[in-house]
Design a protein around this ligand. Structure first.
Ligand SMILES: [Fe+2]
Ligand SMILES: [Fe+2]
Length: 331
C-alpha cells in the first residue's frame, strides 16, 4: 500500500462496525489496575470446578481421591490456557495483517483496536500460567495445524471468516464455561474481562460476513455457507472421546492412580451419556451454541441456503432456528 491509497480512506458508514471501535475504548480495561495480580495461586487449588474439564462430570472421575482430581483438573486448565495464550498471539497477527490489507477505514480501525485487545489477553493468560508455576502440556497437532493455516492466509474474507466469525464464536462457549466454573477469583476475573472484548471481536466477524452475504450472489453465498456450516456442525458434534480420555488417564497416572487404565472404558461410557444429553440441549434450542447464533446472524441460515444445503432436517439447525425466536423475544 502507498500513501495515495491511504489519502482518502473510505468509511463504509456501517453503524455497528463504527460503534465497535468507540466501544473498544469505552469498555477498555487496564491490565495492571483492573486485575488483582497479588491473589495467590496455591499449588493444590483445582482453580475450576472438576465438572469443567472433559470427563470431570463422570461419576467415576468424581469418585476419585481429591488430590488426583485436582492434578487432572489443573492439567486440563493449564493446557487450555496455553492454547488460549498462543491463540491470542495468532489473533494479534491476523489483526495486524487485516490492518495492512483492508481498505475500509472502519474495518481497519476495528482490526487495530482488536490487535491491542489480543496483546492484553495474551499477557493475562501468560501471567496466570506463570502464577500456576507448573509445566504445561504441549498444544496438540490439530490445533497447531489450524493456527498455521490461519497464519498463512491473506484474503480478508478468509481471515475474518476463520478468526472472528468461526474461531471467536467457538471460543466464546469456552470462555463462558470457564467463567461459570472458575473457582479461583483471579482466573474468573481475567476470563470475565477477556470475554467482554471477545464478544466485540465475534460481533465484527458476524457483521463483516453479513455484509459480504448481503452483496454476494446466491451461488457464492451457498458455497460459503457449505464450507462454514460443515466446519461448524463438525465442531459441535466433536465431543470428548478417546483422544481426550487418553489425556485424562495419563494425568491420573501421574497423580498416582494405579488403576487409571482400568477406569477408562467406564469413564468413556459415562461421558458418552453426558455428550448425548448436552447435544440434546442444543437440539432442543434451549441453549443455542454461539457458532450457530453467529451463523444465523450472518445470514447463513436463511431459508434458501438451508434448503440448498439440505440442512432443513438437521436437528442442530432446527434447534438454532427454534432458539432464535426465544433469543429475540428476550432481547
Ligand atoms: Fe482474545
Ligand atoms: Fe479476540
Amino acid at each position: 500500500m502507498r500513501t495515495r491509497d491511504l489519502l482518502n480512506l473510505h468509511n463504509t458508514g456501517h453503524p455497528g462496525i463504527n460503534a465497535l471501535f468507540a466501544k473498544a475504548h469505552s469498555a477498555d480495561w487496564d491490565f495492571e489496575k483492573d486485575v488483582d495480580w497479588s491473589l495467590p495461586v496455591e499449588p493444590d487449588d483445582p482453580l475450576v470446578g472438576h465438572a469443567w474439564a472433559a470427563y470431570g462430570k463422570t461419576a467415576t472421575f468424581q469418585a476419585l481421591p481429591e488430590p488426583a482430581k485436582t492434578h487432572a483438573t489443573r492439567r486440563s486448565v493449564g493446557r487450555m490456557l496455553n492454547i488460549l495464550q498462543v491463540g491470542e498471539s495468532v489473533a494479534q497477527n491476523v489483526c495486524a495483517r487485516l490492518v495492512l490489507t483492508l481498505r475500509e477505514e472502519d474495518y481497519r480501525n476495528h482490526a487495530a483496536a482488536q490487535a491491542m485487545d489480543e496483546a492484553r489477553h495474551h499477557l493475562a493468560y501468560r501471567r496466570f500460567l506463570d502464577a500456576m508455576g507448573e509445566q504445561v502440556e504441549d498444544i496438540d497437532a490439530g490445533t497447531e495445524m489450524m493456527f498455521d493455516a490461519l497464519l498463512s492466509m491473506d484474503d480478508p474474507l478468509e481471515l475474518i471468516a476463520t478468526e472472528q466469525f468461526f474461531l471467536e464464536s467457538f471460543a466464546m462457549n469456552i470462555f463462558e464455561g470457564l467463567r461459570r466454573e472458575a473457582t479461583h477469583p483471579l482466573l474468573r476475573r481475567i476470563v470475565e474481562l477477556i470475554t467482554r472484548d471477545e464478544s466485540r471481536h465475534m460481533g465484527f466477524g458476524v457483521l463483516y460476513v453479513a455484509e459480504w452475504m448481503r452483496r454476494a450472489p446466491l451461488e457464492r453465498r451457498i458455497a460459503f455457507a457449505r464450507r462454514w456450516m460443515g466446519q461448524i456442525l463438525g465442531s459441535l458434534l466433536d465431543r470428548p472421546g478417546p483422544i481426550m480420555l487418553s489425556r485424562v488417564i495419563r494425568r491420573l497416572r501421574e497423580a498416582g492412580v494405579a488403576d487409571a487404565e482400568r477406569l477408562g472404558p467406564r469413564m468413556l461410557r459415562e461421558q458418552q451419556e453426558i455428550n448425548a444429553a448436552e447435544l440434546a440441549e442444543a437440539v432442543s434450542g434451549a441453549s443455542v451454541p454461539h457458532l450457530l447464533r453467529s451463523a444465523r446472524r450472518a445470514g447463513l441460515l436463511e431459508p434458501e441456503i438451508v434448503e440448498a444445503l439440505h440442512l432443513s432436517d438437521e436437528p442442530l439447525i432446527r434447534g438454532a432456528l427454534r432458539g432464535s425466536i426465544d433469543a429475540e423475544a428476550h432481547a
